[in-house]
Design a protein around this ligand. Structure first.
Ligand code: ZN
Ligand code: ZN
Length: 360
């Protein structure tokens, strides 16, 4: 509420100051990344290991997002993955967009469900330290620190600006960013990997959420440290984790094999084509029908080729493992080239699918 009343009033009377804008963005990035990289990928999914300074900063600045302590957040989040779209999902989208967005936190049922899915985190001393001092950390670092920095820069009015922009407005921005994952990312976007849940991929959402917008991929492969699995997909969280690993501050980055990702894509595309073929064939023109049939056949072929290649590849690796390292390398490279070929063909088949008129 303060964000849409007091903050604009302050900006109107005092004006926009580059220092305050810088404070807003610094705290926005620090708290936002602490949620996506820390709370989400590190603590909830264990997608990588981090050294204590990373954990410490993620816990301190994660608290300043005012989305609860890591223990409670992770417990909610793990239930979200386990019961997606059902009653026990804390941000169940089937209860409506606004419920998934912010309603779940406004109408929280008390008492809290038992935190029976975070035993691993209870053993972590840093996590427990944050849990026991959550409010103090959140208020001190989230509100007092930006106010102090503002004071150092511009006296009492600077302190007020720091509190309003680095504190209040920034908390609102980060919270809506997180909430959009639970609402928009279960409503708009594509489902290239699976339609088992309502989760969707959206590059627009990824821009505002440090890369968390690739939510369909994330629900399918939740332990991957990347949410944007393609190298070109906007995912600053994965880039930060990668940089941390190069600096020796993180290791054990978990990633799903390209082959497995492609298999999921193939499987889902095949399911979509078959669905179209069975439900809307008569309502399409001849050309679309032909395209649809052709891509269904092509996908079928590719799937067969793919499993053959996979078997071949595995057999070769086993056979040549120790004695002929060089030869194995060659075989592997050949398999990889064939794999790239298949991947290109799959992309063409996907493009074909995209051009089809949607089912009537
Ligand atoms: Zn989700
Ligand atoms: Zn998750």
């Amino acid at each position: 509420m303060a964000t849409i009343t007091v903050v604009p009033y302050y900006l109107w009377t005092v004006g926009i100051d580059l220092f305050q804008v810088g404070l807003f963005f610094t705290f926005f990035i620090a708290s936002g990344l602490s949620i996506t990289l820390g709370y989400h990928r590190l603590f909830a999914h264990k997608a990588f290991h981090a050294k204590w300074p990373v954990k410490f900063l993620a816990l301190v600045f994660g608290a300043t997002a005012f989305e609860n302590c890591a223990l409670a957040w992770v417990s909610d989040h793990r239930r979200h993955h386990k019961h997606t779209d059902h009653d026990d999902d804390p941000y169940d989208i089937s209860q409506g967009f606004w419920y998934a967005h912010i309603g779940w936190i406004l109408f929280k049922i008390s008492p809290e469900p038992p935190w029976d899915n975070v035993a691993d985190l209870r053993k972590d001393r840093l996590v427990m330290w944050q849990h026991n001092n959550y409010v103090a950390i959140a208020v001190t670092v989230g509100f007092l620190l930006p106010a102090l920095l503002g004071w150092a820069y511009g006296g009492p009015m600077g302190a007020l600006g720091g509190f309003l922009l680095g504190g209040v407005a920034r908390v609102t921005a980060v919270q809506h960013m997180t909430f959009f994952i639970n609402s928009l990312c279960h409503t708009v976007g594509r489902q290239p990997y699976s339609n088992r849940t309502s989760a969707r991929d959206s590059w627009i959402m990824a821009i505002f959420t440090f890369g968390e917008g690739y939510h369909n991929y994330h629900h399918e492969f939740q332990h991957d440290y990347r949410n944007g699995v393609k190298w070109w997909q906007w995912d600053p969280t994965k880039w930060t984790i990668w940089v941390l690993s190069k600096l020796g501050l993180a290791d054990g980055l978990r990633r799903v094999d390209d082959e497995k990702v492609l298999s999921a894509q193939l499987h889902e595309a095949h399911r979509r084509v078959n669905e179209r073929l069975s439900t809307s064939l008569h309502s399409l023109n001849t050309r679309s029908q032909e395209m649809l049939k052709a891509s269904a056949e092509r996908l079928e072929e590719l799937k067969a080729q793919w499993s053959e290649l996979k078997g071949h590849y595995r057999a070769q690796v086993d056979a040549w493992k120790h004695d002929y390292a060089e030869k194995t390398d060659e075989e592997l490279q050949e398999a990889r080239r064939a794999f790239d070929e298949i991947r290109r063909e799959v992309r063409t088949a996907f493009d074909l699918l995209e051009r089809l008129p949607s089912a009537a």
